[in-house]
Design a protein around this ligand. Sequence first.
Ligand code: FES
Length: 172
Amino acid sequence: MSSEMKEKKYPACARSAKWREDFPIEWDGDHYVTRREMVKFLTLGSLLLASANWATVVAGKLLDRGSKLERQIGPVSDLDRDGSMLFRYPTEQDPGIAVRTPEGKIVAYSQVCTHLSCAVVYDKAENGLFCPCHHGLFNLQGQPVAGPPTRPLPRIRVEQRGDRLYAIGMEG
Ligand code: FES
C-alpha cells in the first residue's frame, strides 16, 4: 500500500506527523521479519513448548503421587465371608474389587472393565473377574482371558494389617 493510500485510509495517522518524526516507520518494510527476529521467535517458542512439556511431566508425577495414597478399604473378615469386597480407590469415583484367591492371597483391581468400562464382578465358578456387559473375563492376575477385553485390569496394591485391608497404591 502506498503512503498516499495510507494517508487517505488513515487520516489520523497522516495528521500526527510528530510521532512520525520521532519514530519513523517505513510502512512498506513493516512486515519484514529479519533472520534475527525469526531465530528469536523460534527460540522463545521452543522454550515455551519445553516449559509446557516440563509442567505436564511435573503434573503427571504429582497426580501419580496422589494415587499412592493409603486408604483403609475394609475388614478382611468381610472379604473372606463373601469371597470379594468392593471399595473405592484412589478416589470416591474409582470402584475397586478385592478378591481372596484359592491360594489364599488377596489381590485387588480396578473394577472398571478395560473394554467399555462396565463393572467387573467376582465369579467364583470361573475363578476370575467377569464383566456382564459383553461377557469379558479376567483371571485373578487381572489378565483378559475371554471376551472382548484385550488390556489387563489396573492392579491396586493392598496390604493386610490385622483384620484391616489397606489399599496402598496403583500399579502400572
Ligand atoms: S465392557 Fe466389559 S466386556 Fe465389554
